[in-house]
Design a binder for this molecule. Structure first.
Ligand code: IMP
Ligand code: MG
Length: 177
C-alpha cells in the first residue's frame, strides 16, 4: 500500500482491507448469535458508515430491517445553541430493537446525541456497532456493544471516513503521517 495525499495532508497505510473484512465478519457473527430473536432495525449513520454497513450487513443473516439516517446540526438563535436532529428516518421505530451502525466513535458526542434522540422516540433497546473506536478519546457512559478495531487518538481516513470530504472511497484505512 502506498501513502496517499488528500489536499494538504499525507496519510500512510494503517489497516489493510483483509484485516478490516476479518473484523467485520467477527462483528456480524456476534450479531447473528446475540440478536437472533430481536428482529432489529439497523440504523446506518451517514455518510461515513456506508461502507462498513454494506460489508457488515452482507454477513448479517438474521431477520432485520435497514434504514439510513443523517444527523443535522442547526444553529438556531436560542441560547441552547446547536440542536442536532435526525433526518431521513421514515420507519416507525417506537418499541423496536435498534442497532446503531457507526463508522467511528471518537469523543462520543455524536453517539450520545443520537441515543438521546432515539430514547425520545421510545425504542425498546439500543445496541451500538462501531467499526472503529478511540478509547483514549471516548469519555461517555454509553456502551459500544460491537467494536471492530480500537485505535489510538489519531486521525484516519478511508473505508467511509473522510478528510474534508475526500478519501471515503478507499478500501483500506490510512493514518495521518
Ligand atoms: P465524535 O467525536 O465521537 O462525536 O465523532 C464525531 C465524528 O467525527 C465521527 O462520526 C466522524 O465523522 C468524525 N471523526 C472522528 N474521528 C475521525 C477520524 O479519525 N477520521 C475521520 N473522521 C473522524
Ligand atoms: Mg460518523
Amino acid at each position: 500500500m502506498q501513502s496517499v495525499t488528500l489536499k494538504d495532508k499525507t496519510f500512510i497505510p494503517y489497516i489493510t482491507s483483509d484485516k478490516i473484512l476479518e473484523s467485520v465478519k467477527e462483528i456480524a457473527g456476534r450479531i447473528n448469535f446475540e440478536l437472533v430473536n430481536d428482529k432489529p432495525i439497523f440504523l446506518v449513520v451517514l455518510n461515513g458508515s456506508f461502507m462498513f454497513a454494506a460489508d457488515l450487513l452482507k454477513e448479517v443473516t438474521i431477520e432485520c430491517e435497514i434504514s439510513f439516517i443523517k444527523l443535522a446540526s442547526y444553529h438556531g438563535t436560542s441560547s441552547t445553541g446547536t440542536v442536532t436532529e435526525m433526518i431521513g428516518l421514515t420507519e416507525e421505530i417506537k418499541g423496536r430493537n435498534v442497532v446503531i451502525v457507526e463508522d467511528i466513535v471518537d469523543t462520543g458526542i455524536t453517539l450520545e446525541k443520537l441515543v438521546n434522540l432515539l430514547t425520545k422516540k421510545e425504542v425498546k433497546k439500543i445496541k451500538v456497532a462501531s467499526f472503529l473506536l478511540k478509547p483514549e478519546a471516548y469519555k461517555k457512559d454509553i456502551k459500544v456493544d460491537y467494536v471492530g478495531i480500537e485505535i489510538p487518538n489519531a486521525f484516519v481516513v478511508g473505508y467511509g471516513l473522510d478528510y474534508d470530504g475526500l478519501g471515503r472511497n478507499m478500501k483500506e484505512i490510512f493514518v495521518l503521517k
